[in-house]
Every structure is written in C-alpha cells, then in structure tokens.
Design a protein around this ligand. Sequence first.
Ligand code: FE
Length: 131
Amino acid sequence: MSTTKTDQEWREKLSPEQYAVLRGKGTEPPFTGRFVHTKDDGTYRCAACGAELFSSETKFDSGSGWPSFTEPKNSANVELHEDRSHGMVRTEVTCKSCGGHLGHVFDDGPGPAGKRFCINSCALDLDTSTQ
Ligand code: FE
C-alpha cells in the first residue's frame, strides 16, 4: 500500500500539530499527548494513513512523556533511518506506507530486544476494535 499525497493535501487532512510532526519531523512536547498514559487495548494506527503500527500489548510506561512501545506490530510497516539532526545521532521511525515521521527508537527499552519506540501521540490513532 502506498499513500502519496501532495503537501497541500496533507495540510488539509492533518491538524497543524499533526502536520508539524508527521510531515515536518517535529516532536510534540513531552506529557502533552493524548496517549501518554493510555492503557486501553487496541491497535495504534498511523494518524495520517491508517496503517497498523503498534499493539497496546507492547506499550509500556517509559516515564519519557511519550507513548512507548517495545516493538512495532509489524516491522514491515515501519522504516528506520539514521537521524543526525539537532547534534545527536538517533534512529528515526517513519510509517512505511505514507512516509510520515512517527518518532525515534532507542536501545534502552525493557523487552528482550531492548528497544524503546518513542512515538508522538499525535502521529497515532487508537483503534480499539483490534489488538
Ligand atoms: Fe502512515
């Protein structure tokens, strides 16, 4: 699946905050997003294109102020990129389907793989009909 829209179409579809994160690679302020403390069961989908990204089963409280997951629901649905912006070397996480910026992944997570996918709430929608 490929979701290709023009910049103008993304501006019309997304809220200004979502546009700044998903298309502008921005970061929402910590502890401000609507899913930081959410424990509801479901599947977190891309807010831009609806792709299945994370399961609530892998969500954990990282204390970082952003929704955090130990792994993607399907690793084929995300892409990882080296990010050298802001004087740091980080690994950016994007939605494979629409190319939207989701957040970053770090190596200090609690699961067997030791990953912490640190994702902006506004880049996600929670679908409680599936998990
Ligand atoms: Fe997407």
